[in-house]
Design a protein around this ligand. Structure first.
Ligand code: NAD
Length: 495
């Protein structure tokens, strides 16, 4: 029997007439029926959030009070970890090993570490301006924040944004991707049970094209925190410009990994496989362009291909599965389209490039790990995000050339450097146009480090002190305390 997923607005679970089936990408079977919001529910959510921000207790609560609620949500996720891992596996087709060990614990950890560490960043500051005047900088919540989430880490990215926005005293309207709303709507129950005041968190599942403008252009909304594609990010910036509101944009990427010839080959190959094939390549930070120094290029390529062929594709509910399905048939068609175009532009497929023929996988949206070579730096696939298990492997001779190749495209999200020469690696990290650089490792996000891209990969940060303070507005208050209450400007006209 499929799960029912109502919306969550103003502390109530709300059914809508319009509903949508949610498909498990691994089996093609319906797992849930999710309510869909229309402009009517978007209006309800905005009104309830505005009222909770202007009249409700949440923004006025002490740091300690907010912390207690947020820690209850973290505990609620941990208490339901096993069932949430099952649900996320079905919702997004992620292998159960990933949802169990990555998505769910990291979601709880986000609430926990933001509550325990970040709230302390909300310190008002005081400055002496002169003997008679002082200035204060107050940290205030932004107000009503719209959080828009993609489908590749449906619960985790929602939890990052929710925890930061709530800890800073904001109220939120969260819109998951309509492909994967199930775990976030399950989280609504945990949030409800934490006793959070009504209207502080509103969760509405909807198609972005239906309610995106209503949410993002509305004057009653103070900020948009968006994670998704570059194309939709640009649309949201247009909506939000109508009433000039703060936005942060965490967009796509086409990240580069630079492999130098002094590396331990196995370490670099194993790390590079994870850097592109984890989550089926559906990671904004996927290292979809790998540049290998010429002396080790052949050995690296042979080993990479041999191991890529051994990655175990399988149903998402199998603990042995190393790679699950893509999110949808449409996404798989998009990936195939990119490979066909690349071939027409001269690329060679050395591994994968097709739908696996195993009978047990035939109902899901599986695709083989794919390696392309001979991809020209001007071809589409060199510059555009595929968002699937497709990697281009290239040769370079010196570090200047490697940096130039990595920086030659419009995205600037992340990069990897694999070298034993840590002095060189750190020097190159400084020259790479990327918001995150991993040296001899890949992929871990640390709650204390800000994360976010440059150039067409967006602006604004998520996590770390810098990311948390995106959800805060700063107000300066200047106080004249001179004798007789003379204001600082009194002498100007001489009255
Ligand atoms: P998407 O841009 O298609 O959708 C993202 C969200 O925007 C979804 O909730 C969608 O419903 C909503 N949306 C769609 N049209 C809208 C509109 N007109 N107005 C308002 N909202 C609208 O992205 P996706 O396919 O869900 O996710 C994949 C993309 O996300 C990739 O480009 C990936 O790189 C990016 N991503 C970036 C990061 C990061 O942190 N930089 C992290 C994860 C994913």
């Amino acid at each position: 029997m499929s799960i029912k997923c109502p919306l969550y607005i103003n502390g109530q679970f709300i059914e809508t007439a319009d509903k949508q089936n949610i498909i498990n990408p691994s089996t093609g079977k319906v797992i849930a029926e999710a309510c869909l919001a229309s402009e009517k529910e978007a209006e309800l959510a905005i009104a309830s959030a505005r009222a909770a921000s202007d009249q409700g207790p949440w923004p006025q609560f002490s740091h300690l009070q907010r912390k207690e609620f947020i820690l209850k949500i973290a505990q609620g996720i941990l208490d339901n970890a096993a069932s949430l891992a099952q649900l996320e596996m079905q919702n997004a087709g992620k292998p159960i090993k990933e949802t169990t060990f990555m998505d769910i614990p990291s979601s709880a950890k986000a609430f926990e570490s933001i509550a325990n560490n970040f709230i302390d960043y909300l310190q008002d500051e005081e400055f002496s301006i002169s003997n008679e005047a002082k200035g204060k900088v107050l940290s205030e919540p932004m107000g009503v924040v719209v959080l828009i989430i993609p489908w590749n880490y449906p619960l985790l990215i929602a939890c990052w944004k929710l925890a930061q926005a709530l800890a800073a005293g904001n109220v939120v309207i969260l819109k998951p991707s309509s492909l994967t709303p199930v775990t976030v709507l399950e989280l609504a129950k945990i949030i409800h049970n934490s006793g959070l005041p009504a209207g502080v968190v509103n969760i509405i599942n909807a198609s972005g094209s239906k309610i995106g403008e209503a949410l993002c252009a509305d004057k009653r909304v103070d900020m948009i925190s968006f994670t998704g594609s570059n194309e939709i990010g640009k649309q949201i910036l247009q909506y939000s410009s109508k009433n000039v509101k703060k936005s942060i944009m965490e967009l796509g990427g086409k990240s580069a990994s630079l492999i130098f010839d002094d590396v331990d080959l196995d370490t670099a190959v194993n790390g590079s496989l994870v850097s592109i094939f984890l989550n089926q390549g559906q990671m904004c930070t996927a290292m979809s362009r790998i540049f290998v120094q010429e002396d080790i290029y052949d050995k690296f390529l042979d080993s990479f291909i041999e191991k890529a062929k051994r990655i175990k594709l399988g149903l998402a509910d199998d603990y042995q599965t190393q790679m699950g399905p893509l999110i949808s048939d449409a996404q798989r068609k998009k990936v195939i389209g990119y490979i066909e175009k690349a071939k027409a532009e001269g690329a060679k497929v050395l591994c994968g490039g097709k739908i696996p023929d195993k009978a047990e996988l035939k109902n899901g949206y599986f695709f083989e790990p794919t390696v392309l070579v001979d991809v020209g730096a001007h071809s589409h696939i060199f510059k555009e995000e595929v968002f699937g298990p497709v990697v281009l492997i290239h040769k370079f001779s010196g570090s200047d050339e490697a940096v130039a190749l990595a920086n030659s495209i419009d995205f600037g999200l992340a990069a990897c450097i694999w070298s034993k020469d840590l002095f060189l690696a750190q020097e190159l990290a400084g020259r790479l146009n990327a918001g995150v650089v991993w040296i001899n490792t890949y992929g871990m996000f640390y709650n204390q480090l800000p994360y976010g891209g440059f150039k067409q990969s967006g602006f604004g940060k998520e996590l770390g002190r810098q990311g948390f303070l995106e959800y805060v507005r700063f107000k300066s208050v200047i106080i004249d305390q001179s004798d007789g209450g003379k204001p600082l400007v009194n002498y100007w006209y001489g009255f």
